[in-house]
Design a protein around this ligand. Structure first.
Ligand code: ADP
Ligand code: MG
Length: 451
């Protein structure tokens, strides 16, 4: 700690602060994330995950870990990215679109970073333009591992899906298993933002945001962009996770080869091509192919846990949220309130339990969301609803009233029917977590109960 001098605070959030510091001996600048440690042992373990997982990564497109220590708080020292974040870069464009080659140069670097973490069986779970950092040299680095989790980790992991609603894939809203492809969806949102300077899914309420995400209803990319970009995005926004390409599959697209070459030193290029070739060959492509059979177990000395048998999930995508939304008007708060006789003040009857949650998860979710103040959403959520504003707004939302085209669909909104057609990419889907995951409903319940 003493070896660093504080230069300034560069970020502040519910976790604590991000500080720009200088190492006295080397004069190098670093970012030191100061994380408040919760009281509970589980909470402490959870916070440490960020440092543990970031430390596992070593890749030019992932923010480099330097060290971490505890001194009342948890401190994570990492590489300083001096070019700001991608969200800032998008905003700075002030409506002028990026040229395609620039988008693809960034995108390929991002995919390489994502491939690296998925190869290590880690899910980032909060990929968004605000968590992607730039350097003055034009390098792109994925950061903020505060929501990251090890895949197939044992029970400790069976809790919430933390994420930012705009970037959250359909499977999360449908409460079906999530895996590496959930990060691919979020990465698709970032790709879309790079092309249009807007969020792909914008709506005037939680309900419509969820509906748009589940329907995959987004305005098409501007025609200035190539077929390749349109195609890529369409694949990444497939409703069913198994139909989305993995990061390796994306990187193996021939149209991206020249961008990969640009960002790789020659000696690495040969290795990388070799690796992609191997991965494209049959079973060796299986991301868990090198994992021995056996029950779910945690390896010794912090080795990754193994899973023996692939879990079989119900075939075909669930329509539950969509069905539920069709009847949305009959959904209402499950909080029972009685009006006070003296006026309009809502008084809860204390003799009765205040909150009763229905069992069906999508309905429950919607009920919860209807009662949830958006600002109470998980810490990493960046959605906010300014007082008096009628629509949800993210950092790239239009200034004028957000159009809500979900109820009466407009012509320029593409609902991609192909997304519902099967195109199994089994190779990429062996990554699933415990089937009691994700139980983020419990977390939402807690959140609302603590409101
Ligand atoms: P949070 O969990 O609050 O989102 P982040 O890790 O994203 O935490 O850090 C918060 C902010 O601090 C970021 O949005 C960014 O502005 C800044 N920041 C974090 N890490 C870095 C870094 N390595 N280089 C430059 N800025 C960073
Ligand atoms: Mg962040």
């Amino acid at each position: 700690m003493d070896q660093y001098t504080l230069l300034k605070t560069i970020g502040e959030g519910s976790f604590g602060r991000a500080l720009l510091v200088q190492q006295e001996s080397s004069h190098h600048k670093y970012v030191m994330k100061e994380v408040r440690l919760p009281k509970s042992p589980d909470g402490i373990r959870n916070s440490r995950q960020e440092a543990i997982l970031l430390a596992k990564m070593r890749h030019p497109n992932i923010v480099a870990f330097k060290e971490s220590f505890e001194d009342g708080h948890l401190y994570i020292v990492m590489e300083y990215c001096d070019g700001g974040d991608l969200l800032q870069a998008i905003k700075q464009q002030k409506g002028n679109r990026f040229p395609e080659h620039m988008i693809l140069q960034w995108f390929v670097q991002l995919c390489r970073g994502v491939k690296h973490i998925h190869d290590k069986r880690v899910l980032h779970r909060d990929i968004k333009s605000k968590n992607i950092f730039l350097t003055q040299h034009g390098h792109v680095k994925l950061g903020d591992f505060g929501s990251a989790r090890l895949l197939i980790s044992a029970k400790a992991n069976a809790c919430t899906y933390v994420g930012t609603p705009y970037y959250v894939p359909p499977e999360i809203w449908e409460n079906t298993p999530y895996n590496n492809k959930s990060d691919i969806w979020s990465l698709g949102c970032v790709l879309y933002e790079l092309c249009t300077l807007k969020h792909p899914f914008q709506a005037n309420s939680w309900k419509n945001l969820i509906r748009k995400i589940c329907q995959g209803s987004y305005s098409p990319l501007p025609s200035q962009y190539s077929y390749e970009l349109h195609y890529l995005l369409k694949q990444m926004f497939k409703r069913s996770p198994k139909d989305r390409p993995s990061a390796s599959t994306i990187l193996s697209r021939s149209s991206l080869a020249k961008y990969i070459k640009q960002c790789l030193p020659a000696e690495e290029l040969a290795d990388f091509e070799e690796q992609l070739k191997k991965e494209a060959e049959g079973d060796s492509n299986n991301l868990l192919g090198n994992i021995p059979e056996g029950d779910l177990e945690i390896g010794k000395e912090g080795n990754l846990p193994y899973i023996a048998q692939r879990k079989k999930w119900g075939s075909g995508p669930s329509n539950s949220v969509l069905n539920c939304l069709e009847n949305a008007s009959i959904l209402k708060s499950s909080i029972k309130a009685e009006e006070s006789e003296s006026g309009g003040v809502i008084k809860f009857n204390e003799s009765r339990s205040r909150k009763q949650w229905v069992k069906e998860s999508p309905e429950t979710l919607l009920n919860i969301l209807m009662n949830a103040d958006l600002s109470f959403a998980f810490q990493t959520y960046t959605i906010y609803k300014p007082a008096g504003a009628a629509h949800l707004s993210g950092p790239l939302s239009d200034d004028m009233d957000a159009q809500d085209t979900t109820d009466s669909r407009e012509e320029d909104i593409a609902v991609d029917q192909e997304r519902f057609e099967p195109r199994s990419d089994e190779e990429d889907t062996e990554f699933e977590e415990e089937d009691d995951d994700p139980d983020w409903l419990s977390a939402l319940k807690l959140m609302v109960e603590n409101q």
